[in-house]
Design a protein around this ligand. Structure first.
Ligand SMILES: [Zn+2]
Length: 181
């Protein structure tokens, strides 16, 4: 028998892989680490790198530390709500590309819950978009944000934000309004 330094419980030697901490405590500690903002961002960053390699895209053009700063400035309570929900998997924060054809840059990522991310994947991928002048005249209809971006030369992120009515972010970036058809 051996006493775990953390839970103070005496356990059989089989419950120890390391000197002072039992296996159950180590598992809890690892889970707590992975659920912290820093741990979560570390995992997300690693998967973005793997994802980029699999798709033959450029690696993220930011460091893990820069992603962490970006996350902390933009998360809008996402992580807090996930913690408060008792780690509901639907509320787990995700950091995804706005345009999945483009690589990971701070201009092309956004954060949302996993549930929102899944819904977005289902509904937005092939949504048609309208290009509208400031005076309200429709001057183009495209099969997707990507098509609109390719044909107009306007960044997909700008069109995406326009369609989602984020005025703060579209202001001054585009001469056009964008809407889903
Ligand atoms: Zn223990």
């Amino acid at each position: 028998m051996k006493r775990c330094k953390r839970c103070k419980i005496h356990k059989h030697q089989d419950h120890f892989k390391e000197v002072n901490i039992c296996i159950d405590c180590r598992r809890e500690m690892n889970l707590a680490r992975d659920r912290s903002v820093v741990g979560m961002i570390k995992i997300i960053y690693q998967s973005q790198k793997t994802n980029s390699i699999q798709r033959s895209h450029h690696l993220p053009d930011y460091t893990m530390e820069e992603l962490l700063v970006f996350y902390n400035q933009n998360d809008n309570g996402l992580h807090k709500r996930w913690v408060e929900s008792g780690y509901d998997k639907d509320l787990k924060p995700s950091v995804d590309r706005i345009d999945s054809e483009l690589s990971y840059t701070l201009d092309n990522i956004e954060m949302m819950t996993w549930a929102e991310n899944n819904a977005k994947g289902r509904t937005e991928r092939h949504k048609r978009v309208m290009q509208i002048t400031r005076l309200g005249e429709v001057i183009g209809i495209f099969d997707s944000i990507k098509d609109a971006s390719v044909e107009t030369g306007i960044p997909a992120s700008t069109i995406h934000y326009g369609c989602n009515n984020d005025k703060k972010k579209t202001f001054g970036q585009s001469r056009f309004k964008w809407k889903y058809v």
